[in-house]
Design a protein around this ligand. Structure first.
Ligand code: SF4
Length: 217
């Protein structure tokens, strides 16, 4: 495929968005949550862990410590014990308790609604903040995880490896109204079709729009 201009890439991205919408009309984050606080904590726990496992753990965690104040004040050993199945549990326990403390001390126990404020919470990276903004508040945000990185690169929509730069490239070619759906659908597509080791290009609905797929088939 010849080198595209930004406008050409934007037009191709719009066609990809249409195909994704048709293929995965109802895709949302697979993390279960009842409010922004729960999604924030679940997203921190989801690092290096499946969403299914996180959902099992948070069902127990939120029954015992279901508010920022309760989680902040909890015995760290009790929190570690509950979240242990998600892996890296010592660091994650610190992160979710520190973030909860910051929510209580700086935001009146409410999850803030801006990226700038969210990333000020200890343990909250830009990707986590974007997941919360998009899925809990419906505020346009692009969250770049490992699937977003791999699939958008294969689609030729970015050449970067750095999540912040991938986010910037996508923000230049996608209108904000597409950001949340794009993130959720690409992540899903990366799990079910454009998998890391052996992408299923011959059966992929994006094949005609994908330079990597064309190369591979
Ligand atoms: S055609 Fe292949 S590389 Fe491209 S998005 Fe589909 S599965 Fe991934």
């Amino acid at each position: 495929m010849p080198r595209e201009s930004r406008d050409e890439r934007a037009r191709r991205a719009a066609r990809i968005a249409q195909v994704l919408a048709k293929t995965y009309p109802d895709v949302r984050t697979a993390l279960r949550f009842a409010n922004p606080f729960e999604l924030l904590i679940a997203t921190i726990l989801s690092a290096q862990c499946t969403d299914k496992k996180v959902n099992e753990v948070t069902a127990v965690l939120f029954r015992r410590f279901g508010t920022p104040a309760k989680l902040a004040a909890a015995d760290p050993a009790a929190v570690e014990e509950i979240i242990r199945p998600t892996g890296f549990y010592r660091q994650k326990a610190k992160s979710i308790q520190s973030a909860s403390r910051d929510l209580v001390e700086s935001f009146g126990g409410e999850v803030p609604r801006t990226l700038e404020e969210l990333v000020k919470l200890r343990g909250v990276a830009r990707k986590t903040a974007s997941v919360v903004l998009g899925n809990a508040f419906g505020i346009p945000a692009i969250a770049v995880d490992t699937h977003m990185l791999r699939v958008n690169r294969r689609l030729g929509l970015t050449a970067h490896e750095e999540p912040d730069l991938v986010e910037r490239d996508l923000a230049e070619i996608l209108p904000p109204r597409e950001w949340i759906a794009w993130t959720n659908r690409i992540i899903h597509h990366g799990r079910v079709c454009c998998v890391a080791r052996a992408p299923r290009c011959p059966e992929c609905p994006l094949l005609p729009l994908c330079p990597e797929g064309v190369r591979r088939t």
